[in-house]
Design a protein around this ligand. Structure first.
Ligand code: CA
Length: 231
């Protein structure tokens, strides 16, 4: 069955490109321009996923998200104009599943929507035991700031740990290099795209040395990196 998506976006040009991209991918999209309309539409027919613009004429996508979250765990993706809003969006306060910062490419939005729907789909019974990262199991120990790979703890530098932990917290989520620089190297001076690439390379080598097969850390051209989960 076609997945239903609710789109709240007051700028017609942005809505049009998203509608076109999402519908081309086979999604059934309902587009609303006002927060109040979006909430009514959500209650009338709950979608499989909601895409919410933060700034709309009669309020905010944040309010819509809070209202939805009172009764529903439906995945929510925010369209935001500012990087500063990201912490709020993904934090406990709002509990959204993902966000994209304007200007974005419709392809990027589609990729994120597909990844979230894949993540939130119930696993078929028979497939459930294999649902993890391929190869030895990676386990993140937040309290002790370390990561287990199979039977051993990985020997990681501070930034290698932060980078791998960031990816592991949200499997399949694509992080751009800029986001990773913010999240992992936020307190460091002199970082660049190359810093991220170099650390990914080091991490891949360490994971390979521990028997992880294939590319667990995936490169997405012009978009960034993600952690793959087993099919
Ligand atoms: Ca807007």
């Amino acid at each position: 069955m076609r997945k239903r998506i609710l789109l709240l976006e007051d700028e017609q040009a942005i809505a049009d490109t998203l509608l076109y991209a999402l519908r081309s991918e086979g999604f059934d999209v309902r587009h609303l321009r006002l927060a109040s309309e979006a909430l009514d539409a959500f209650r009338e027919q709950p979608p499989d996923l909601a895409i919410l613009d933060v700034g709309v004429p009669d309020g905010s996508g944040f309010d819509v998200c809070r209202a939805i979250r009172k009764t529903s765990e439906t995945p929510i993706v925010f369209l935001t104009a500012r990087h500063e809003e990201i912490d709020r969006v993904l934090g406990l306060e709002l509990g959204a599943d993902d966000y994209v910062v304007k200007p974005f490419s419709p392809r990027e939005v589609c990729a994120r929507v597909r990844a979230i729907l894949r993540r939130s789909a119930p696993l078929p019974q028979a497939a459930a035991p294999t649902a993890s990262t391929p190869g030895p199991l990676l386990q993140l120990d937040e309290a002790a700031q370390r990561i287990r790979c199979g039977d051993d703890w990985l020997a990681l530098t501070r930034y290698e740990f932060q980078l791998l932990a960031t990816l592991l917290r949200r499997p399949e989520r694509i992080f751009s290099r800029v986001e990773l620089m913010d999240l992992v190297w936020g307190d460091a001076l002199d970082t660049s795209d190359r810093t991220v690439d170099a650390h990914v390379k080091l991490l891949r080598a360490k994971l390979r040395a521990r028997g992880v097969q294939g590319e667990l850390i995936q490169t997405h051209r012009n978009m960034g990196y993600s952690i793959r989960v087993a099919d």
